[in-house]
Design a protein around this ligand. Sequence first.
Ligand code: GLY
Length: 392
Amino acid sequence: MSNAIAKEPDRPSVAIIGAGICGLGIGWRLAAAGCRVDVFERGAAGREASWAAAGMLAAQVETEPGEEALLALNLESQAAWPAFARVLEAASGIDLGYRGEGTLVVAAHRDDAAELRHTYEFHRSLGLDMTWLTGGQARRLEPHLAPAVSAAVLSEKDHQVDNRQLVLALQAAFSRAGGTLHEHTAVEAVDVAAGRARGVQVDGRAVAADMVLLAAGAWSYDIDGLPPAARPPVRPLKGQMLSLRMDPRAPIMDHVLWGPGIYIVPRRDGTLILGATVEDKGFDRDLTAGGIHRLLEAAWEILPQIEELPIEEMWVGVRPTSRDDAPILGPTPIEGLVVATGHHRNGVLLAPLTIDAVSAFVLDGSLSPAIAPFGIGRFHAQGATLAAGGGE
Ligand code: GLY
């Protein structure tokens, strides 16, 4: 490994920690702009949260009370997705499996309808574009919905993309743009001297870089060499998931489906993804009987047709979740150290905006107003301490 040298004299050399969607995507943009970019990944590229995700672009239906500021960011990135997908598909030659049928949120039983109505009213009060449906209207859209489904909300703008294709596409685009990927190569520390990032320590060696991007997902808190104020307060939030196999010539559903305790995401190739548990269990990777049982039972309640479908895969992922569930983007108190992490449940949705905004900051120092409220400094502004002792 040689010390980094800028490909173009006016462009910074950049060391990126983490080859997930953020690291590969920002690396792609920077390499395409003429930067020398090295991405370091402790495992295989894109095989953590980026691979475990379901790929829902659900800015509307996933919005919870207290997330109004995040909603604006999510909606902006959602709107950017179709153009982003076209550009990335052209750059990589890989189809992202973008699907625009929309998302149906259903009440599994009459008792659930009141809660669904409450959430619908909340979403409408935020100006979101959703339509209330009777159970019968929902079954006209998805004929295999259970007879007990008593009501539904249609969100036509909440689309989906195949996140694993996204990973492969970003990896291909990054390498076509001239970036260098170092898999199974953990960064031990960020080199900081006189308040400035100078590069990274890898395998006991210093790799110099003008800028360092920390995009290590749930591991972002654990990189050595940083003072507390520059360590993003990100923790792992476990999710168990599984996939079933439909006949792609006769799929049992087309929309993304949400019900109590479950979402179901149909891919064009017949994969049907069921997710996800939300468990504060650190980096625990166990698949549990209870976790998988709950997912299957909740899915079966609203879509009994899954009964005969073969199970294809079961997996565990860890969401990189910040203290306030919003991403941490942009500069840090260390000059030359930039972060893109903490995307919690919204990593795929926020990919276009994160990649655009963070790349722009690295290239010319411009901080997009969209990401300005989501800097690492907000945790200090609230009087929170980022002192060592593990991610919160
Ligand atoms: N965005 C879906 C999840 O985190 O499970």
